[in-house]
Unconditional design. Sequence first.
Length: 351
Amino acid sequence: MKYKGFKIGNIETKLPLILGGMGIGVSGWKLASAITNNDGIGVLSGVNLGYREDDFYTNTFEANKRAIIKEIKKAKEESNNGVIGINFMVAMNRYKEYVRIAVEAGIDIIISGAGLPLELPEESKGYDTKLIPIASSAKAARIITKVWDKKYSKIPDAVVIEGDKAGGHLGFKKKDLIDENFDFEKVLKETRLVLEKYENKYGRKIPIIAAGGIYSKEDVENIMKIGYDGVQMSTRFVTTEECDADFNFKNEFLNSKKEDINIMDSPVGLPGRAIDNEFLKNVEEGVKPKIIKCVDCIKNCNYKDTKFCISQALINSVKGNIDEGLVFAGENAYKSKKMEKVKDIIEELFY
Ligand SMILES: Cc1cc2nc3c(=O)[nH]c(=O)nc-3n(C[C@H](O)[C@H](O)[C@H](O)COP(=O)(O)O)c2cc1C
C-alpha cells in the first residue's frame, strides 16, 4: 500500500479515501458499503433519502426518516459493520432532525456542508459520532472551528476542503468560479495555520481532506504530495457497477464531453456543476417544469418563484429519467470512459 490512512477521532482509516456523499440517492448503501469494504470510508447522501418510499409525497419527513434508518442499517450490514458516514446539507429544512435521526441510528460520521454547519455538535450531543465539516476556504474552516470550540468545547474530527472542480452544489460565488483558479496548496497552508491553535489546545491533529476534481492516480499523488491527509472523491465512483443511480445516470457521465459540464444556478441559492442536457436547456429557455408537490426540502427555496424543483429534478435523474432530470457531476466527469468496479478503481489509485 502506497499511502497511510488517517485518524478521525478514534477511527483509523486504512486508506486516505472518503467517498463524497452524492444526493439524491446516488451514493446509497450499495456504493457506500463497497467503498468501506475496500478500505475507504463509504458515505451516504442524506438528502431526501425517502424518495423511493410510497409515502414520500404525502408523508415526506416520516419517509425520509424511515429511509435514513434503513440505508444506514443496510450499509453497516453489507460492510460487516464497517465505518459508514452520511452527508447532510446545512441548506436542508429539518437539517437538525435528520442529523439526530442518523446519529441515533448508529452512523459513525456526519459530513456536512452547503452552508456552515455551526450547530452540528448540538445535534450529536451524547453520542460519539465523528463530525466533519466541508469548507471551501480557510476562513470558513476557522469560523466553524472557532464556534465549535467556544460553544461546544469541541473541534472537527477532520475538515474537508472542497475546491472548485467538485460536482453538485459549490461553496463559491459564480464569479469566483470563473475568475479564480482554486489553489489546493495555498488553502491547505492557510487552513493548517488556522487549525494549529485548536490542535494544540485539544492535543490532537485535525486531518485535512481535499475534494473536487481528484480523478486519477496522478491526481491523488499530487494532492498527497502537497500534504493533504486524504482525498474525498465522488465523480470517479459514479460510473461503477455499485453506484446506486440508474444506468442512464451513469451513461450521461460516459457520454459527456468536457464542454458539456457547466455551472448552473441552483434553487438552493448556490451555483452547481452539472451536465448540460435537455432539462437544463428547457429551464434556461424559461420553461418551468410542473412541480408534482413541494416537499419543503430547502431553506431558501420558494416554490412559487423557483425556476424548477431541485428535488424533483434530482429524483428524476437518479431514477434514470434524464430528460426531465438534473445530472450533477464534477468537472472531470467527461473522463469516465467505461463502467468499473469500486475495487479496481481503488487498486489503481491507491496501491
Ligand atoms: C452527483 C453528485 C451529487 C453530489 N451531491 C452532494 C450532496 O448532496 N452534498 C454534498 O455536500 N456534496 C455533494 N456532492 C459533492 C461531493 O460530495 C464531492 O465533494 C465532490 O463532488 C468531489 O469532487 P469530485 O466529484 O470531482 O470527486 C455531489 C457530487 C456529485 C458528483
